[in-house]
Design a protein. Structure first.
Length: 501
């Protein structure tokens, strides 16, 4: 028994080390604007009503649907640095995984090695699948919020005891992160399923749901917060513009390749053992996960309790066969070994990606130092994935676009992302746009291959161009600048600065 405990401790330390390393050194493209927005909220003791960071949408009624998170990030970063943020987000991610796996749905009717196996296999696979999405990123909070909500809502004992605090939980979620509609969708799906199964509507539960919907208006923006949510939900181009939002079919990961068929097959085989509301909930998040890579951790959080239970059902079925229990353990150990190999592969990939996302290799730190000393006139046009970094490191200049803005559209229908993609593909003539916004400087990545590998918008440009009928073969935005008389006034290993001289 002590050997098993020792192995578990070693495994836990290894996983913690990988996640801590990534949290500490992986610089997310959006971290900069989260930090600066939090600083503004704290200094002004309120949220800005218009966009403070871009010159293309300076009058846009910006809605910061994660204002409380941004303020927390700014406060912790100022007082304790990135170490505190790293520990906080590791705790959030691991708590989400633990709460999901230990959900009362996966109650322990098995004991010993079987019970350990049914918990550790989903845990290892869950850790592997979470790694590519983990970092100091507000979306990690949605994993824990959803896990807690399911723990509250899907267990009858917990629900009867705590259901009246649901609107307060929804208020907290609404102010913390823009994924708060998941709480309402989850409630609606489960209540519909329960009502259908029982052939009876629980009026108290319906009242709690209605109050929870109203509770989403308790935030600095009131019910206008739904405008931002609707913009993202209704923006079909988002899945073809931002890599993280693209369908999961494009997500090449051994953990996902193992997770989807394994858990789907298990849950499907024992679907008759699950309630209709449980099936509807799993189906809803399966569709969400497949439609957008970003939602895969949410699918994981939702499916884990029923996956654990399905492994238990499988064992109870197999143990009836001759030497079924022994064979089950053998197959389980082989499966666990293969999943550990996948975890190692994901860990190596995570470390490699972290080494790329540094200020010296990915971000234009030296170029910004140069621009700060030169103070160029006019505005700067730069890479989408660098927007958050510029907001943080070069606050004297506003940006053309950043990670908040892929779906933004003003009252006249103007959408900066359309101009950005058009300029990169050659569909749009950059000159009128540069004249309109007084752009005299371009800060651009020197090696586009790095941007392609790391998931910037550029990765999807050719696919978008084909969809809109534009041929990008041979087109180079920076080459076009040089042909039009722009000069390179600074360059290093990461970036180049072009000036209209």
């Amino acid at each position: 028994m002590w050997k098993t405990r020792l192995l578990i401790i070693f495994f836990a330390l290894f996983v913690f080390g990988i996640f801590f390393y990534k949290a500490l050194y992986f610089l997310d493209p959006d971290f900069g604007w989260h930090l600066k927005m939090g600083e503004i909220i704290i200094s002004q003791k309120g949220v800005p009503q218009t966009d403070p960071f871009s010159y293309t949408m300076s009058n846009f009624a910006f809605i910061d649907h994660e204002w409380l998170t941004n303020a927390t990030i700014a406060l912790l970063y100022k007082k304790f640095g990135v170490w505190a943020l790293s520990l906080m987000y590791i705790s959030i991610a691991f708590s989400a995984l633990f709460i999901s796996i230990t959900n009362p749905i996966s109650r322990e009717s098995t004991k010993g090695k079987i019970n350990i196996l049914k918990m550790i296999i989903p845990a290892v696979l869950g850790i592997s699948l979470m790694q590519p999405f983990f970092g100091i990123r507000p979306q990690v909070e949605s994993w824990l919020l959803l896990a807690v909500f399911l723990r509250l809502f899907m267990n009858a004992k917990n629900w009867n005891k705590w259901r009246f605090i649901t609107p307060l939980f929804v208020i907290f979620w609404t102010n913390l992160h823009g994924s708060f509609p998941l709480s309402l969708f989850t409630m609606a799906i489960v209540l519909i399923g329960r009502s259908w199964r029982k052939r009876k509507v629980n009026k108290t539960d319906i009242l709690i749901f209605v109050i929870s919907v109203i509770a989403t208006g308790v935030n600095p923006y009131g019910f206008r917060i739904w405008n931002e949510i609707w913009q993202q939900m209704s923006d079909g181009s988002l899945r073809w513009t931002i890599q993280e939002w693209r369908p999961a079919i494009f997500f090449t990961s051994f953990s996902f390749i193992a997770f989807l068929p394994l858990f789907t097959a298990l849950i499907w085989r024992y679907r008759k053992n699950f309630l209709i509301e449980e099936k509807l909930l799993i189906l809803f998040f399966l569709v969400q996960g497949l439609s957008s890579t970003r939602h895969l951790p949410l699918l994981l959080v939702v499916s884990l309790p029923w996956a654990c239970k399905s492994i238990e059902y499988l064992y109870l079925e197999v143990v009836k066969l001759i030497k079924g229990g022994e064979r089950f353990l053998m197959v389980g150990k082989v499966t666990l070994f293969l999943l550990l190999l996948i975890l190692m592969n994901e860990s190596v990939g995570s470390i490699a990606l972290t080494k790329i996302f540094t200020e010296t290799k990915y971000y234009p730190g030296s170029a910004i130092n140069y621009l700060t000393t030169q103070s160029p006139a006019g505005n700067i046009f730069s890479e989408y994935a660098w927007g958050g970094y510029l907001i943080w490191k070069f606050p004297e200049k506003k940006v053309f676009i950043d990670g908040r803005m892929p779906s933004w559209k003003d009252e006249n229908g103007y959408k900066p992302m359309d101009d950005y993609v058009g300029i990169l593909t050659g569909k749009t003539n950059y000159k009128p746009i540069f004249e309109k916004f007084e752009i005299n400087t371009v800060l651009w990545p020197k090696d586009r291959n790095i941007m392609k590998k790391t998931g910037g918008v550029y990765l999807m440009v050719n696919a978008i161009a084909k969809r809109i009928g534009v041929n990008t073969n041979g087109f180079s935005f920076t080459q076009k600048l040089l042909e039009d008389g722009w000069k390179i006034i600074y360059e290093d290993e990461t970036s180049e600065v072009y000036s209209r001289i």
